[in-house]
Design a protein. Structure first.
Length: 585
């Protein structure tokens, strides 16, 4: 005999029985009735915030999710968490808060749900870090739950063409180079972002929304719908109904997020030229799911995955174009056609990802997603390099427009501000390798994105003639030969800390190498003289994060300190062994 499902297993402890009268009294003060409290309690984890377009519409969507929950027999209870706008904070000290916010989002959702014993959760996300932060929390809690993405912004219209925030960042460099007037920049600024929704290209938010949909934790077809499309309200209502079905089936996030599902998500990123930030976030998600995943898995999967989506920042189209072409379901179908999809992986709907992919409806004549026999590139956009600069690895996004081999003198900067000032003063020359260090997870702290620097270089016309490497991150809107997440980072004494201006740095994409032309003995001599800089923050959340965070090669996570954090001395010994091996090779 099948035991009946107790859909109130958690909330029953909170509100049932004579001894829970005080709890019920306080909930009734909010407006809940006895009838409400007899139903499963569903947390609606909202990341609404008024500071950015990415999340500003989520209150509206939350109301539709709640209506769906009520119709399906549950009682929704909405709560909020934080969000930090990458696009607004970019290029300032505030950007250090961005990656740290991922951990705070995850921690706060976890605490509210644990503290109030909700039976299920729908998490609403928008800007970059709210997506992985929400998913990390759902995996920790492992109650029936799903994530709903708020959707992409529509492209702006300027001088007869579609534009995104990427164009504004690049225009800053063009203006500094005298290729655009201040008045032209202001007109572009006024038209680039026409309303609510996350950045419009295959930048980090849309990359991660796609990854989570293919991973199976968002219902297929939900993420592609643009933020202000009337169908988004229907998607939100259906998500509320769906979570009640998931609760009845007792399907839990860790049943969905398997090794096969994570490989599907990586393949989707590779097939669309998605953001390098996906490496950090999917590694962190894998940790929460208890699944073994390493940085080199991204390179292995990307090598076998054709690049089929022609999307910005390097391509022609934006996220709303992808929706019109057939959406993320069409991308999943292409992965199925290419035999790059583990079709048997289960999704939140109860159907497999293969079954979902077969439901794709391609718009006749669309040009956004290529067939697999005519890809933009036979391999995907994610490349992982190793070498005597990056013994633990670093991440490059390759889309076929970048040089595959570059050798040049290093221009070394110890902060993003110093690098940006040099770019604005036209001090970077063709062939230079710009090095921005002490911006890693610990050193920043917070691993800032370098879009202000990279976009300014592109705006000056240097995007294809220089390279950049950093222990920080890149925005999903970055393009060009850019190596991020260099590990070990400078603050831990990694080899990037030992570079000097004028050292010759070599990128070799085919060989998957990033090296400085120095001997192991010279690197050891420099290592012996290196001293860690004083911490940039001594109190508060930034100082706490710097003490707890792991290497970028492990997802820059907190909460796994005993098993993951590596003391500086051990990192240095590992670095010396790696550079000696590189010299022998």
């Amino acid at each position: 005999m099948v035991k009946p499902v107790d859909e109130r297993a958690n909330s029953r402890v909170l509100v049932d029985g004579l001894d829970r009268a005080p709890a019920r009294a306080m909930l009734k003060a909010v407006g809940f009735t006895d009838d409400d409290l007899r139903r499963p309690l569903i947390g609606i984890a909202n990341t609404w915030i008024e500071v950015m377009p990415c999340n500003v519409h989520l209150r509206r969507l939350a109301e539709r999710v709640k209506a769906g929950v009520r119709e399906a027999g549950g009682t929704p209870i909405e709560f909020n968490t934080i969000a930090v706008s990458d696009g607004i904070a970019m290029g300032t000290e505030g950007m250090k808060a961005s990656l740290i916010s991922r951990e705070v989002v995850a921690d706060s959702i976890e605490l509210v749900v644990r503290g109030h014993l909700f039976d299920g959760v729908v998490a609403l996300s928008g800007c970059d870090k709210t997506i992985p932060g929400a998913v990390m929390a759902l995996l920790r809690l492992n109650v029936p739950s799903l994530m709903l993405y708020g959707g992409s912004i529509a492209p702006g219209q300027h001088d007869g063409r579609s534009v995104t925030i990427q164009d504004v960042f690049e225009a800053v460099g063009a203006c500094a180079a005298g290729r655009m007037t201040e008045q032209q920049l202001r007109r572009l600024e006024d038209h680039a972002c026409p309303g609510a929704g996350a950045c419009g290209g295959q930048f980090t938010a849309n990359t991660m929304a796609m990854a989570i949909e293919v991973l199976g934790l968002s219902p297929m077809g939900s993420a592609s719908v643009p933020a202000m499309d009337s169908k988004k309200d229907t998607v939100a209502f259906d998500a509320g109904r769906l979570v009640m079905d998931v609760l009845h089936r007792q399907l839990r996030p860790r049943q969905i997020v398997t090794r096969a599902a994570l490989e599907n998500a990586i393949a989707a990123v590779a097939a669309t030229g998605g953001s390098t930030n996906s490496v950090l976030h999917l590694l962190a998600i894998a940790r929460e799911a208890g699944v073994r995943l390493a940085i080199d898995d991204f390179d292995r999967i990307s090598k076998k995955t054709p690049l089929v989506a022609d999307l910005k920042p390097w391509g022609r189209f934006v996220a709303t174009d992808l929706y019109d072409a057939g959406g993320i379901t069409l991308v999943a179908q292409r992965l199925l056609d290419a035999r790059r999809l583990h079709a048997e992986a289960i999704t939140i709907t109860g159907r497999t990802i293969g079954e979902e992919a077969r439901q794709a409806r391609e718009t006749p004549g669309q040009q956004v997603v290529r067939p697999v026999d005519r890809p933009l590139s036979p391999t995907g956009g994610l490349v992982v390099l190793h070498g005597n600069i990056a013994p633990e690895g670093c991440v490059v996004k390759m889309t076929g427009h970048e040089p595959v081999r570059l050798e040049g003198p290093a221009r070394v900067f110890d902060s993003e501000e110093d690098a940006f000032a040099a770019v604005q003063q036209r001090q970077i020359d063709t062939g230079d390798v710009v090095v921005v260090r002490y911006e890693g997870p610990k050193g920043g702290p917070g691993m800032r994105e370098m879009l202000a620097v990279t976009a300014a270089l592109v705006g000056q016309g240097l995007g294809e003639s220089i390279a950049l490497l950093t222990d920080g991150r890149f925005s999903g809107a970055t393009r060009g030969l850019m190596a991020g997440h260099v590990a070990p980072e400078a603050a831990c004494g990694g080899p990037i800390a030992l570079l000097r201006t004028g050292d010759v740095v070599r990128f070799d994409i085919a060989a998957r190498r990033l090296d400085v032309k120095l001997s192991a003995a010279e690197l050891q001599r420099r290592q012996a003289r290196w001293r860690p800089p004083p911490p940039r923050y001594r109190t508060g959340v930034m100082a706490k994060y710097a003490q707890l965070v792991s290497s970028a090669s492990e997802g820059a996570v907190t909460g796994f300190v005993q098993s993951m954090a590596t003391p500086v001395r051990r990192q240095n010994r590992r670095m010396v062994r790696a550079v000696r091996a590189a010299d022998r090779a």
